[in-house]
Design a protein around this ligand. Structure first.
Ligand code: ASP
Length: 344
């Protein structure tokens, strides 16, 4: 029997058209375009339906509400389809893919995010391959998690980043092996994080609009500038630190601020500005102070995944200490807890 895939079209370059204000999405247009693509409608492909967001969005405008809409659509249609493809703008796709990875607990079907750098309607568009391959992968059901397919690579949704603003291989998964290469055939690789069949049914966790921040450390940073945001409304903050989790020592204001965050119950997560490798708090004097002040390690998690994971855990009625423990644990393949495993 032919497999069935639901395409959720949220917007993005893939379905945009040229307007006098630059590329913009156009309502009620893309479905008819997809119907004209012979390969997508071939008998060898899964059957597909499409739901379209109103309004269609540039992904710069996608945040918690839209994540909830996407998650809920998958949850409500879960039994009707074998897999799901989410068409999304590339700019924030890595954030949304991370968010949906956490939001859908006990997921046992493929959810494949994709889009394109060149709109479907333009010459040399990368839309057709990204879309057709994603629908095939969603129908095959070999990967049963949230993934991102782009430019010939299938990656885990919560471990990738947008690495190129204009290349057609726009995404990378710098710290986790890719899940499949799509060359002449789709070559699935042994997953790094083997997914057991979930024992419980799918659960959808609606995200709350928690106040979260990200601070990128840079040489010369004056931490006192950030003191005013460290109130008890700030529920979580990701520090993008140097190397393995280091912060400058020349500014004495940071640690009192982190301590204040700690007293306020703000979760401080330490990630690295480096794309590869992992945070190891305490490896240097410049990072041990962060651990002592109450920060938790994001290990080799991307900032995108750390932000999404904070939203997720803050939506689950957990205590602060439970959130801190879970932040450092591997929930969906978003991090490797043992740093040596990253380097071996
Ligand atoms: N600005 C667009 C978006 O993220 C870029 C893209 O889709 O490639 O919606």
């Amino acid at each position: 029997m032919r497999k069935k895939v639901l395409i959720i079209y949220s917007g993005g370059t893939i379905g945009m058209v040229e307007t006098d204000r630059g590329y913009a999405p156009k309502a009620d247009y893309f479905f008819h375009e997809l119907k004209q693509i012979p390969d997508l409608n071939s008998d060898e492909m899964p059957l597909w339906d499409m739901v379209e967001f109103t309004p269609l969005l540039d992904s710069s405008n996608i945040a918690v509400n839209e994540w909830n809409r996407i998650g809920k659509m998958i949850y409500e249609n879960y039994d009707k389809y074998d897999g799901f493809v989410v068409l999304h703008g590339t700019d924030t796709m890595a954030y949304t893919a991370s968010a949906i990875s956490f939001m859908l607990e006990n997921l046992d079907k493929p959810v494949i995010f994709t889009g394109s750098q060149i709109p479907l309607c333009k010459l040399r568009s990368d839309a057709e391959d990204n879309l057709i391959t994603s629908v095939m992968i969603a129908g095959e059901g070999i990967v049963r998690e949230v993934c991102l397919y782009f430019g010939g690579k299938l990656m885990r949704g919560c471990s990738c980043i947008k690495a190129s603003a204009d290349g057609l291989v726009a995404f990378d998964s710098p710290n986790m092996d890719i899940l499949a290469d799509a060359g002449i055939s789709i070559d699935y690789r042994e997953p790094v994080y083997y997914k057991k069949k979930p024992e419980k049914p799918l659960k959808y966790i609606e995200f709350r609009q928690s106040m979260i921040g990200v601070i990128k450390i840079f040489p010369g940073i004056q931490f006192r500038l950030f003191e005013s945001i460290m109130t008890d409304s700030l529920k979580g903050i990701v520090l993008e630190t140097f190397g393995t989790g280091n912060i400058p020592e020349y500014d004495d204001d940071l640690l009192p601020i982190v301590r204040k965050a700690f007293e306020n119950g703000t979760i401080v997560v330490v990630c690295s500005q480096c794309q590869q490798g992992t945070v190891r708090l305490g490896a240097y004097e410049t990072s041990s102070r962060l651990a002592k002040a109450g920060a938790v390690s994001g290990w080799n998690m991307t900032t995108e995944a750390a932000v999404a994971k904070l939203y997720y855990l803050l939506s689950k009625d957990l205590s602060i200490s439970e959130i801190k423990v879970l932040m450092e644990e591997n929930l969906r393949g978003e991090l490797t807890e043992n740093p040596m495993a990253v380097h071996s």
